[in-house]
Structures are given as structure tokens and as C-alpha cells.
Design a protein around this ligand. Structure first.
Ligand code: HEM
Ligand code: HEM
Length: 234
């Protein structure tokens, strides 16, 4: 068991992180290239970069927007994201593994605080899952992968949290092997699932602002495409 765990935390984790990072870089590069082409196509119109940057920041930290609609869902989603980002990036055990494997590390948040945050995240993630299952508006839009991702993340949180509890009945090595393999599975699917939004989200406002700048004479071309030679511009 110890050998499997060492392999999972060592060479396998290196491979998985390489796939995740390269996969996400590919998304960013392709999106930036598409934006560049769109900007060149309609060069005459200016972009209000200050406003776009401000709107992007407001959506990245949506504290003031939480109450606007579906307060319970928005709060659960916000706490879930805080928990996922802070525990995965600032847990001392995770940083120790990074130091061990790659020689890099940073500040760790005290484990007591992250223990509490893990419980909050489990409650928030379970609420999101129940909302998808029981709210018909959400269920109709959900695919199997939407449920699967939440179940996977909840499994990672339960196993990580239980592993740190003395007196839990499941052997530590089994829990850690499950935790490491499910953590690696999540990292692997990030670039190939909707979770790629973790790098694409900041580009959404810019993408929509660029997309709505029509190229010179675009109106006429749209009319031609929709109505053929019979189309007339007003
Ligand atoms: C993929 C490789 C990963 C490895 C090798 C790993 C390793 C560990 C270790 C050694 C612990 C400490 C267990 C203990 O207290 O003895 C832990 C806890 C934890 N891990 Fe991971 N982890 C991985 C991925 C992840 C990911 C991707 C997440 C989040 C999405 C995550 C969330 C957690 C949480 C919530 C805890 C419990 C924190 C607490 O209660 O204080 N882990 N992990
Ligand atoms: C800074 C990076 C991130 C941003 C800005 C972000 C933003 C968002 C937004 C706006 C939503 C839509 C949910 C809503 O309407 O409130 C969402 C959903 C979701 N995000 Fe993220 N996210 C980020 C990182 C992550 C990461 C790292 C993960 C997991 C590893 C993740 C997992 C999810 C999941 C599972 C959902 C769907 C929740 C549900 O089923 O309702 N996100 N995210």
C-alpha cells in the first residue's frame, strides 16, 4: 500500500499536473488568439479596457452581487469556491508534497482554519448537489457530468477531512490513496470539463466586449447571409 501511495504522490502526480497545466495553457492561448483575430477584424472601434477590467474583477469577487437572486444558491457557490481554492492551494500537507516533488512552496493557512473550511465546503457542495437534484429548473439543465464533478469534489473533501481525524475507523493509507487518486482525477479532468472556467472566466467579459464590436460593413454581410440577394439594408 505504501508503495502505491508513494507512486501516486510522486511520479503520477507530476504527470497529472503537467497535463493539467499544459491543458489550461492551451485554452488560454487559443482564447487569446481568437480575441486577437476579432480585435484586428474591427480595429476602428475602441475598447473600454478600464470598464472591462472593473466588471471582470466584480464578477471574480461577487460579494456585492450575492443577494441579487437565488441568495442561498449564490452563497453556497461562493463558499464552495472559497473552500476548494483555499484548501487545495494553502493546506500545509499539499504544500509539503509540492516542496518534496518540485522544490516550490508558499505560505500555508493554519490547519485548524482549513479543517473548519473543509466542513463549510462539504455543506456548501452538498447544498449545490441537492439543488441540482431537487430544483426542477436546475435539473432540466443538468448533465451527468454536472453531478459527477460535484460528487468527485465532495469525495475528495470527505476523504481529506476524515484522514486528519484521529479515531476514524477507515485505515489512513486507504483514505489517503482514495484522496490522492480522486484529487488526481479532478486535476486531470479540469482542462477537459466545464472546470476549465477557472482560467477562462477572467476572459469572458473581454470576449463579449470584443464579440459585439462588428467589423466595418458587417451589417450588409449579415443581411446577405440571412436573406440572400433579396435582402436590403435600411
Ligand atoms: C492530487 C493530489 C493530492 C494529494 C497527494 C493530497 C494530499 C493530502 C494530504 C496528505 C492531506 C492531509 C491528510 C491528513 O490530515 O493527514 C490532505 C487533506 C486534504 N486535502 Fe488533499 N491532496 C490532493 C489533492 C487535493 C485536492 C485537488 C483537493 C481539493 C479540491 C484537496 C482537498 C483536501 C482537503 C479538504 C483536505 C482536508 C483539510 C483539513 O481538514 O484540514 N486535496 N490532502
Ligand atoms: C478563480 C477561479 C474560478 C471562478 C472565477 C469560478 C466561477 C464559477 C462560476 C461563476 C460558476 C457558476 C455558478 C454560479 O452560478 O454561481 C462556477 C461553477 C462551478 N465551479 Fe467554479 N470558478 C473558479 C474555479 C473553480 C475551481 C478551481 C473548481 C474546482 C476544482 C470549480 C468548480 C465549479 C463547479 C463544480 C461549479 C458548478 C457548481 C454547481 O454544480 O452548481 N470552480 N464557477
Amino acid at each position: 500500500m505504501d508503495l502505491w501511495l508513494a507512486l501516486a504522490k510522486g511520479v503520477f502526480l507530476r504527470f497529472v499536473l503537467a497535463v493539467t497545466i499544459l491543458g489550461l495553457l492551451r485554452h488560454v492561448a487559443l482564447s487569446l488568439a481568437a480575441l486577437w483575430v476579432a480585435i484586428r477584424r474591427a480595429p476602428a472601434q475602441s475598447l473600454d479596457l478600464r470598464q472591462i477590467f472593473g466588471e471582470t474583477l466584480a464578477w471574480l469577487f461577487p460579494i456585492r452581487r450575492l443577494h441579487r437572486n437565488r441568495f442561498g444558491y449564490s452563497l453556497a457557490s461562493f463558499l464552495f469556491h472559497v473552500g476548494v481554492l483555499f484548501t487545495s492551494l494553502f493546506l500545509v500537507n499539499h504544500i509539503d508534497i509540492l516542496r518534496d516533488q518540485f522544490g516550490i512552496g508558499w505560505y500555508a493557512i493554519p490547519k485548524g482554519i482549513l479543517d473548519l473550511l473543509a466542513v463549510v465546503t462539504i455543506i456548501a457542495g452538498s447544498s449545490l448537489l441537492l439543488f441540482r437534484i431537487y430544483a426542477s429548473s436546475s435539473r432540466q439543465l443538468s448533465q451527468l457530468s454536472d453531478y459527477g464533478l460535484l460528487v468527485l469534489i465532495l469525495g475528495i473533501f470527505w476523504s481529506g477531512f476524515l484522514a486528519g481525524r484521529p479515531g476514524n475507523p477507515i485505515p489512513y493509507a486507504w483514505l489517503m490513496l482514495f484522496h490522492t487518486l480522486s484529487g488526481a482525477a479532478l486535476l486531470l479532468v479540469i482542462p477537459y470539463s466545464k472546470i476549465a472556467h477557472c482560467v477562462l472566466f477572467p476572459l469572458i467579459r473581454l470576449g463579449s466586449a470584443v464579440g459585439w464590436r462588428l467589423a466595418p460593413l458587417a451589417g450588409g454581410k449579415v443581411v446577405q447571409r440571412l436573406h440572400g440577394p433579396e435582402g436590403r439594408q435600411i
